[in-house]
Each structure stands twice: as C-alpha cells, then as structure tokens.
Write a protein that binds this ligand. Structure first.
Ligand code: DOR
Ligand code: ZN
Length: 421
C-alpha cells in the first residue's frame, strides 16, 4: 500500500496547558505526544495552533451573482480565514429546490472550491424534500420565515408540513426567523425597528409552534439575547451581531445593512453576555457588490461578507483574554462538525487533520488583505488574528498569502443515495 504523507507540528500548546507534537498521516491525526520525524515538520512553539473552523452559514453565490462572489473567490476567502469546511445556503439563482439544480451546484463547487463544502436544500411548498435529501442535501434551509435579500418567505402552513417531513427524514431544518413590520426603511435605525428584536422573538416562537413533530431546528443568526433564550434548538450567532452595533455606523451606511439587522450597543453586549448558550458562531457570509450597496438605503441588498474574518475576530478576543480558546474551538469547529456529521478537527488521534497556525498577535482588518470578490468588509479597522498557514486534510493549503491546491471534498448529508434520480 502506498505510504501516506506525514506532517509533524512540533511544540503545540494544547488548550488545557499541555505541550505536544502532533503527527498527521494523510487526512487524520495519527499520534499526539513526543513526535519523531515526518515528511514535513513545522515548529509551532511561537504559534497559536487551532483546529480549523467549519462555517455552517455561507452564501457563495456564483452563476448570475458571480460579480459578488463565486466558489473560487469565496473559498479562497474561507481558507485564508482558517475555514476549511463551509455549508452553503440554497438561496442561489436558481434557488436549490430541485435535484437537478442541486446536482449542478455540487458540480460547480467540486470544480472550483478550494475548501470542503456541504450544500443545503431550499424549502418551498413545491420542493421534493425526500428527493433533495437523497441527492445529498446536508440540511434544509436556510428557510426564510420573513422575506430577505434573495429569499422568499414561507408561510406557517408550508413550514409546518416541511418541518414534519424534514423531521421524518432525520434532517436538520435551518431557519431564518424574523418578523417584518410595515414602515419606512431609510436608515440602519429604521431597519432595526421594522425588523425588531421583539419581532425576532415572536418569529422564533411561531416557528416552534409550527414544529408539531419535534424536528431538529437550527436557528440562524440570532440577533438578541431574548431570542437566544427562547430558541428551542441549535443557536447560531454571527460575528457581526457580536462585534458591531448600528450605533457605530453612519445611519445611512448600507455596508451595515443585513438581516437580521445590527442592534444597539446595549443589545449587542447582552447578546455577547449570552455566550454560554451560543452553540455555533457562523458568518452568514453574504457578499454584495459596492455598486449594489450604493443603490440608496431601501433598495440596497442586505448582507455582509464575513467568512474570512469569523475566526480572526474571535482569536483576537482570545489573545485579549476576553474569551477562552476552548470555547472558540467548540463554537466554530467541534459543534459544527458534529452537526454536519464529520469527524471534528482537534488534538486527539483519529481527529480530522485540519489546523490553523497563527502568530499570537493581532493585525488590523482591511478589505485590501481579504479575498472576497466584493472587496469590502464591515469590520474595516478592527483587530483580527489571521492565519499564516492553514492545513486541510494533512496538507498545507495556505502559506504566507499563497494558496496550494489540496483535496477539498463534498460532504453529502446522511440521506445521500448516489445514482438515485
Ligand atoms: O442579510 C442577509 N443577507 N441575510 C440573509 O438572511 C440573506 C443574505 C443574503 O443572501 O444576501
Ligand atoms: Zn443567511
């Protein structure tokens, strides 16, 4: 049998205080302890070594939306930010509501993605959910319980039926829970008012009422501590809701416009204080071009890029000793791996060999250094700890700004039946 290449990380500080050498063979961790020799050896004594992130909420666009992003540019952005696996949302053009559209999306990603990927199925009254599950959907949704950019809302009857079917399949339903009140949408303050935190709480409760058969629900991007408290299911929070408030933006700045909206500084802090209840931190990477964002407040699409800054922003908090590295690893890597059903990356033999190597110091975030095609970031000027090397499947795929081709994989869901039509 052909010997698989080995990579040894020397002098790794493991959360909990131990220092060890980590030997990877092929795509898995073979040994943790005192290491010997390997095909490639990297000394990590000065470095922060972190299991790579799994971002369960990205919109990689492509097709007619390629000016915003596509699999090539979006996955570069992911890798450069220390994300080796993404879950792509189905509000693409065309939306992923047929097995044919789903298969075409998988083929596009297989041809162009630098990182591993899972793809979710759309949910409409007409979507053949069981066929999408067999086609390899990893979860259902993001299903909009209020309209959003590129997302039509489903009504309560459709959602109730869909949740029963998704539950029967044993899959996860990914829900965007919001309530939109009538009113003018001409500033970030208006935007936060018509899509209020109280409305989000009501939407979360309404979704729970639709869940009559106990389907597993993943609540996307909860923007307030009250929603986090009432959500019965998996709780996802984004870095933009943790680190930004609308008070720090010019009220007319559409770069701060997304759904759900940025809230007040007080609400942001309350959300951060709900840290222990947050299962997943994911980016909701939703790039739009600067041109589109210049359309005037009401017309500008909602959404911000974020896959590349997800882990760096959190690691900056770790370096500043505001949160623990173990918590960041749980919320960005271990928990999302479990939800996807893949082996977590980590510091034990048998773990997936995906790591991020960073200096123990922050740099300033600037769009110029990022890789999303949209060319801007809402975190401009903030601090981040960025990877200098990223390892995926036991191979160095990113080093000092250069990308090397690895072996990214499609991660189909548990219902995948190859060859079924
Ligand atoms: O701000 C948002 N933009 N929220 C969403 O849920 C969708 C997203 C998009 O696709 O642009
Ligand atoms: Zn989204």
């Amino acid at each position: 049998m052909k010997r698989r290449p080995t990579l040894l990380l020397k002098n790794v500080s493991i959360p909990g205080g131990r220092s060890a050498d980590i030997l990877m063979e092929g795509t898995t961790i073979r040994h943790v302890g005192a290491g010997s020799d390997a095909d490639q050896v990297i000394d990590c004594s000065q470095l922060l070594v972190v299991p790579a992130a799994v971002d369960l909420h990205v919109h990689m666009r492509g097709g007619p939306q390629a000016a915003k992003e596509d699999w090539e540019s979006g996955s570069r952005s992911a890798i450069a930010g220390g994300v080796t696996v993404v879950a792509d949302q189905p509000n693409t053009i065309p939306a992923l509501t047929t097995p044919e559209a789903f298969a075409a999306r998988v083929a596009d990603a297989k041809a162009h993605s630098l990182c591993s990927f899972a793809i979710n199925s759309g949910v409409t009254a007409a979507t053949p959910l069981a066929a999408m599950w067999e086609a390899g959907a990893s979860a259902f949704g993001e299903t909009f319980f209020a309209p959003s950019s590129y997302g039509d809302a489903v009504d309560a009857t459709t959602l109730t039926r869909a949740l029963a079917e998704i539950g029967r399949l044993g899959a996860v339903a990914t829900i965007h829970a919001e309530e939109v009140a009538p009113g003018e949408d001409s500033s970030l303050v208006d935007h936060a008012r018509i899509r209020s935190a109280a409305g989000e709480v009501r939407a979360v409760e309404a979704v729970s009422s639709c869940n009559t058969t106990g389907c597993r629900i993943y609540f996307c991007h909860m923007s307030s501590s009250r929603s986090v408290a009432v959500a019965k299911g998996i709780v996802e929070v984004t870095p933009h809701h943790l680190f930004l408030s609308h008070e720090t933006f010019d009220p007319l700045d559409t770069l701060g416009k997304m759904n759900p909206p940025l809230r007040t500084e007080k609400e942001r802090k309350d959300l951060y204080a709900a840290w222990d209840r947050i299962d997943i931190i994911a980016s909701d990477h939703a790039p739009h071009t600067r041109d589109e964002k210049s359309a005037g407040f009401a017309a500008a699409p909602s959404g911000v890029p974020g896959v590349e800054t997800l882990l760096p922003l959190l690691l900056a908090e770790v370096v500043a000793k505001r949160i623990s590295l173990a918590d960041v690893i749980a919320k960005t890597s271990q928990n999302p791996s479990r939800i996807l059903g893949i082996e977590p990356a980590g510091f034990e033999p048998g773990c997936r060999a995906d790591f991020v190597l960073c200096p123990r110091k922050e740099t300033t975030i600037t769009a110029e250094n990022l890789h999303s095609r949209c060319g801007w970031t809402p975190f401009e000027g903030m601090k981040g700890v960025f990877p200098t090397r990223v390892i995926m499947g036991g191979q160095v795929v990113y080093e000092d700004g250069e990308f090397r081709k690895g072996d990214p994989a499609w991660i189909p869901g548990k219902g995948y039946r190859p060859g079924r039509k």
